[in-house]
Design a protein around this ligand. Sequence first.
Ligand code: PMP
Length: 310
Amino acid sequence: MAAVKYMSLNGKVVPTEDARIHILSPAVKYGTNVFEGIRGYWNAGQKELHIFKLTEHLQRLQFSMKVMRFGDTFAVDYLRDCILELIKANELREDTYIRLFAYVDDFDGEMTAAGTVGMAIAATPKGRREKADAGVNVAVSSWQRISDNSMPPRIKCVANYNNGRLAWMQAKADGYDNVILLTQRGTVAEGPGACLYIVRDGVPITSTVASDILESITRRTVMQIFAEYANKYTVERDIGRTELYAAEEAFYCGTGHEILPIVSIDRHPLGAAKVGPLTQALWEKYQALVRGETPDHPEWRTPVYGESGS
Ligand code: PMP
């Protein structure tokens, strides 16, 4: 059973079961398919659904399409309109996850086919991740992160996610909740679907954007929240594996993961082995900002329904 009645396919709202592509499209045969994951937050008091950093996500989708040499891109305004139309069609008045795909859709197209470019959107209800309040126990993977010169992690190509899947499945089989991948140089990259921060001696540290990571929108938001609200300046640098064990706090950050505290790495407890104070304060501020519970940074939120709530 579909969670929602409608999806958007090539700019049209269609019944969910009609949003299909052919098995012989390059999108399926070769993973010629890029995407974005975007969150909308319901504010009950305002009767408003706020989409967080929508323009940034749509610009990154365009960048992924460019790097993959798609023959066509879609204008940001057009994509924004399609998303808003779909959410309203499904009458979503709760926390929502929007998944937006652009893909090469030629029937039996070759590996180098650049068009026809298709576009599909799903918008479904989604709350906070399981274990988010208690924090997660994670492993450092023996699988290495894909690299910028092979399959660039800087873009959100669906094929990239098999790297994270291998690592995450292995970690789950070994009894962990989640996983951290290292670069081929042996420094810390990121998780399968989120970037990573550690805190050492009160200083937030995150891997550089040349560390085979996605240029995460949340990673940048966190940097800004730390600077503006906690007077903490993030250091962007290489992180060594055993620095993970020395950290007093660590967390994943990403649209889907939000701020997800890590309480142990390779069974080494971090700090007091519970959610640390900086991570907790960050999570509270992040929540208030994404949900529009504070008037700060209105430019980060796109309201779906407008003032009337209709
Ligand atoms: N890294 C990877 C591999 C991801 O899939 C994601 C989720 N998009 C992130 C990091 C976090 O990126 P963002 O904050 O832009 O969602």
